[in-house]
Design a binder for this molecule. Structure first.
Ligand code: PGA
Length: 311
């Protein structure tokens, strides 16, 4: 059967339905000899005759009837497939897999919720990890797209700026900063709570420190924005965090320090492989993010920028 083609099955089905090679040829706009040739090739592929002549009419053999029933089932199956494709196109069904960096979890799930309310038939998987985790998922092509701040510049990816992700310097609510204009180096004697290696926030802070030759002597690593926020609120030290990680309630316990160069300007990007074929659901969600997503605290749509050269 491996040599049978869909076209042959279609021709066979027409002959069986009309009980006539001539009428099948007419209905398919083919010549009668080409219909006969195709049916003969199909019979050879099956290894048994499919029709027998009964006077002027052609009739199915037993094997021919089995094949006809199979064609009927196949045609019903194919119609269901076509209907499913239509539903996917109309976003009545489908799957959306997104992964985002931890800073984006303060706005993206909400946008996803709004999108799901519009398209309840779409199944959603959302994964939240730090930048290294997201790069790993991108490398393994596990998601439709990703949202992250510093897309690697030398990968074959498409990255579209989405929203600004400012990184602010925070301190306990009762912290007294130096008088006048001050910079991070003036605070270098304080204890700093840093995100873990592999975090994009950490990378941005390390790059800033290296660029300005600031050495922080007293550093401590905490593995999440939430832990850092709580520790700063508890008076443990200072930190640099995404502005979006701070709610109004947080800002009653921690304060944002207006140090020179701060906030550091980050930008969330929508990222996927350049060659990736985005599903209908993924395209719709990307468009939704561009236009409808409720913007988090002080977030502004990001302007187009050149990507930063990072691994
Ligand atoms: P992350 O997020 O610190 O959770 O890795 C960084 C980013 O905004 O890309």
């Amino acid at each position: 059967m491996r040599n049978a083609t869909l076209r042959q099955l279609q021709i066979f089905e027409a002959v069986a339905r009309h009980s006539s090679f001539t009428r099948a040829a007419e209905s398919l706009h083919l010549t009668q000899p080409s219909v006969s040739i195709q049916v003969r090739s199909l019979a050879e592929a099956v290894g048994r005759p499919l029709f027998e002549q009964a006077g002027r009419r052609v009739q199915l053999t037993d094997v021919g009837r089995l094949l006809y029933d199979t064609c009927t089932e196949f045609s019903a199956l194919w119609s269901r497939f076509e209907a499913a494709v239509d539903e996917v196109g109309a976003l009545r069904r489908g799957r959306l897999r997104i992964s985002v960096v931890t800073t984006a979890k303060y706005f993206l799930p909400k946008a996803l919720g709004q999108f799901c309310r519009l398209h309840p038939g779409i199944e959603v998987e959302l994964d939240v990890q730090n930048r290294d985790g997201i790069l790993g998922r991108l490398r393994d092509n596990l998601d439709d797209f990703h949202v992250m701040s510093a897309p690697p510049a030398d990968w074959a990816i498409e990255s579209e700026p989405l929203l600004e992700n400012p990184l602010v310097l925070i301190a306990p609510g009762d912290f007294a900063p130096p008088r006048g204009r001050y910079s991070l180096s003036d605070l270098a004697g304080e204890r700093f709570l840093m995100r873990e290696t592999g975090s994009g926030t950490r990378l941005a802070v390390d790059e800033y420190l290296a660029r300005h030759r600031v050495r922080l002597a007293n550093r401590m690593t905490l593995g999440s924005n939430e832990a850092i926020k709580q520790a700063v609120a508890g008076g443990m030290g200072l930190a640099v965090l995404s502005r979006h990680a701070l709610t109004d309630a947080d800002l009653r316990e921690v304060r944002i320090l207006p140090a020179k160069d701060f906030p550091l300007g980050g930008v969330w990007h929508i990222v996927h492989w350049r060659e990736k074929h985005l599903s209908a659901a993924a395209q719709a969600f990307r468009d939704f993010l561009r236009t409808h997503a409720a913007l988090p605290n002080e977030a502004r749509p990001a302007a187009k920028r050149r990507p930063v050269r990072r691994r």
